[in-house]
Write a protein that binds this ligand. Structure first.
Ligand code: CDP
Ligand code: MG
Length: 715
């Protein structure tokens, strides 16, 4: 039973009393969805009147036992105890009593919106319900997730619940990695993957069910998919002989004013007493304050912003945990969690905490809604997240650490009260909280639209401007995307309409931003497809270099072997070549302070990109040691990301004349080349150029004469 939010608190250093938050005194197990419309406001006309309050517990689960052709092989059979346990967990989920009612709505309506709190069972259960009722006989069920970790971890969980092998009846497909077979019926995919599938099959004819999950997140891909699936549904409805396409929009409740009753236990709130200068330090201190007092197995979830920050905090926490003064405390297991983490490491966080142990998960906003980690009793929220923001004026994406919205703050808080009462520490003041935006801005309104636009065009959607977006991007954004695609030679404007070029059609085949696809397509012309493929694969992975806390010096020395005077791209290439020469040896990586997993991941990515090249007829040429052609080739796609050295020794980006500095980790740091090509501009206080190469102004004129003439670049 939920009690009122208590005001009586242990006072922890630096934190003050919470505001009074009331949770309803009602612990019903309903899927709490008394709206007929998701907060995202998809067309209600097609939506079922989704009052999913039905308390219908008559749902029979006999179907669960139907014959499954993908049963585990005997030696892998689960113990029956474990299976029974899983089944009783399933029955205890808030969604379970609504099972029959949900299925009834699904049969009645072609589009249904399901809203329910995080953890109620939407993602894992609904596909199973549909499958158990055999509503997937004619075509499979495809569930989209904004994030790859979620797709993989949930598919794994569902395969376990259904007692089948992953990649059989239940599978997943994310960029550069999949586990599916022709018999897969329940498939978890990233929204980007489904978008890609829609390019070659706009009617999505493989599927009977499309479940657009986490719709409240409003990722670009989900937003665009919404328009596409609606279209496919209409076409299939009006085409005789076509199986209808059923659409479920699933969303977490994002109600800022109250927690949903049901599975939410009371949570004590703590705010920082005063504004924190160093939020990372504040959160780390709090971890140990909690660690000293709380019983073992009361796990901590710490929200920080990005990979670098998380890796360094993880290393620090591990280091401090060894301190003698903590000898009496439970063993501390510190685990990072972010999208770029290799899958097996991501799955580590789901492993239950052992007796006498405590888990601390240091995560990005990935743990906000799309994944549920068991055992969390404490949430520490830094109040920030790294978001990709696009500036239409400047033409580049920037990863920016931004204050989160109130809705996100409450989502984070909610993670502490999933299984029992919990505590949430906000490393910001109440006043700072009040000043936050109420809801996050949809991604489509703050991103580079060139990928989306290219994909829409490839799908045959001619007039992108009139496309059925949920929130239409500004004319300025659309214009900027059009300009970029034109510069890349992906589109031409013919009688006021955008038309895809042959190159553009090929670019759309690559699971990459158009500018990177362009670089690969330019490979044969510069004789270096092989090299740019390696570099781009490494850019798709994260953090090849390892920088352990106490060994920064040695790491720097090890890195020097690979450092190229030409810049970071050639440095990456040298690493990749050396890795291959060392026969992809793990020990070698360790000795050289390189991340073995990430290098293996890059190898996988490369393999897949090679396949796309073969499909598109891109010759796999190699330039061996003539690495200036590689830089030249990179510039064919990244030429709008160039900065020029000024007389005062500072750099200005050519595109918007913004001041930017070489990042201290760059191979070019300390030197002053006249023109540098950067991969990413990251605004963290100051604008830093990441992953840079020296470029020759003459090349720039050769690549995009008009553009660089306007920018007054001297040859
Ligand atoms: O989609 P929604 O947030 O409504 O819930 P879900 O992802 O279907 O999760 C339902 C329950 O399954 C959670 O409360 C978790 O306890 C459990 N689960 C898990 O144990 N491991 C996973 N990888 C995913 C879910
Ligand atoms: Mg979910």
């Amino acid at each position: 039973v939920c009690k009122e939010w208590t005001q009586e608190l242990k006072t922890m250093a630096g934190f003050q009393e919470p505001p009074i938050k009331k949770a309803k005194n009602d612990r019903s197990v309903d899927l709490n969805a008394n709206t007929s419309q998701a907060p995202t406001q998809p067309s209600p006309s097609q939506a079922a009147n989704g009052h999913l309050k039905a308390r219908d517990s008559s749902a029979s689960f006999q179907n669960l036992k139907h014959k499954n052709p993908h049963k585990r092989s005997p030696q892998k059979a689960k113990n029956p105890e474990h299976l029974r346990n899983l089944l009783s967990q399933r029955h205890a989920l808030p969604i379970f009593p609504a099972r029959a009612r949900l299925l009834e709505e699904f049969k009645k309506h072609q589009t249904v919106i399901v809203i329910g709190e995080t953890g109620s069972g939407k993602t894992t259960q609904i596909p199973q319900y549909i499958h158990e009722e055999r509503l997937d006989r004619k075509g499979g069920i495809c569930i989209t997730q904004p994030r790859r970790v979620a797709a993989i971890s949930i598919a794994k969980r569902v395969a376990e619940e259904m007692d089948t092998n992953l990649g059989g009846l239940v599978g997943y497909s994310v960029r550069f990695e999949e586990a599916v077979c022709p018999a897969t019926k329940v498939k978890y995919v990233t929204d980007g993957m489904l978008l890609r599938e829609a390019i070659s099959d706009p009617l999505l004819s493989k599927y009977s069910w499309i479940l657009l999950d986490e719709a409240h997140e409003r990722t670009i891909n989900t937003d665009v998919l919404f328009g596409i699936v609606k279209d496919a549904q209409k076409t299939r409805r009006s085409t005789p002989g076509q199986d209808p396409l059923r659409l479920l929009i699933m969303s977490a409740t994002m109600d800022v004013d109250h927690f949903q009753p049901g599975r939410q236990h009371p949570i004590e709130m703590f705010y920082a007493k005063k504004q924190q200068e160093d939020y990372v330090m504040a959160t780390m201190t709090t971890v140990f304050q909690i660690h000293r007092e709380a019983p073992p197995r009361h796990d901590i979830l710490l929200f920080l912003t990005g990979q670098e920050e998380i890796d360094s905090v993880t290393a620090n926490l591990r280091q401090i945990a060894k301190d003698g003064s903590l000898a009496e405390c439970p063993r501390l297991r510190v685990l990072p969690m972010y999208a770029a983490l290799p899958a097996h490491q991501q799955l580590d966080v789901f492993r239950p905490t052992a007796e006498g142990e405590r888990k601390v998960i240091v995560s990005t906003n990935i743990a906000e809604t799309s994944i549920t980690i068991p055992g969390i009793r404490f949430v520490i929220d830094c109040g920030r997240a790294k978001v990709r923001t696009y500036h239409p004026g400047s033409g580049f994406d920037a990863l920016k650490v931004r204050k989160i919205s109130q809705a996100q703050a409450w989502q984070r808080t909610g993670r502490a009260g999933r299984e029992a009462s919990g505590n949430c520490y906000r490393a910001y003041t109440r006043a700072e909280f009040d000043a936050m935006d109420v809801n996050p801005t949809p991604e489509i309104l703050r991103s580079n639209l060139s990928s989306v636009m290219l994909q829409l065009l490839a799908m045959g959607i001619k007039n992108v401007v009139t496309f059925d977006f949920i929130d239409k991007p500004s004319a300025e954004h659309l214009e900027a995307a059009m300009v970029q695609l034109t510069f890349l030679g992906a589109v031409v404007i013919k009688s006021d309409c955008l038309e895809l070029t042959e190159a553009g059609r090929k670019m759309a085949q690559f699971p990459l931003e158009p500018r990177y696809a362009k670089v690969i397509l330019s490979g044969p012309e510069h004789g270096c497809t092989d090299e740019v493929l390696s570099i781009i694969s490494m850019l798709s992975s994260e953090s090849i270099f390892v920088n352990p806390a106490g060994k920064k010096e040695q790491a720097a020395i090890a890195r020097r072997k690979f450092t190229s005077v030409e810049g970071d791209h050639i440095t990456l290439l040298k690493v990749f070549r050396a890795f291959k020469a060392a026969k992809k040896n793990k020990m070698w990586c360790h000795e050289n302070f390189l991340n073995f997993r990430n290098l293996m991941y890059a190898t996988e990515v490369r393999k897949q990109l090679v396949q796309v090249c073969e499909r598109c007829g891109v010759a796999l040429t190699s330039c061996q040691q003539k690495t200036d052609s590689v830089r030249r080739c990179l510039a064919t796609g990244l030429f709008t990301s160039v900065a020029e050295l000024q007389l005062d020794g500072k750099y200005l980006t050519l595109d918007t004349k913004q001041e930017a500095a070489l990042h201290p980790t760059s191979a070019l740091f300390g030197g002053k080349p006249a023109y540098v090509l950067f991969t990413e501009l990251v605004l963290t206080g100051k604008a830093y150029m990441h992953l840079n190469s020296i470029v020759d102004p003459q090349w720039l004129h050769d690549i995009a004469p008009e553009y660089f003439r306007k920018k007054h670049v001297k040859r």
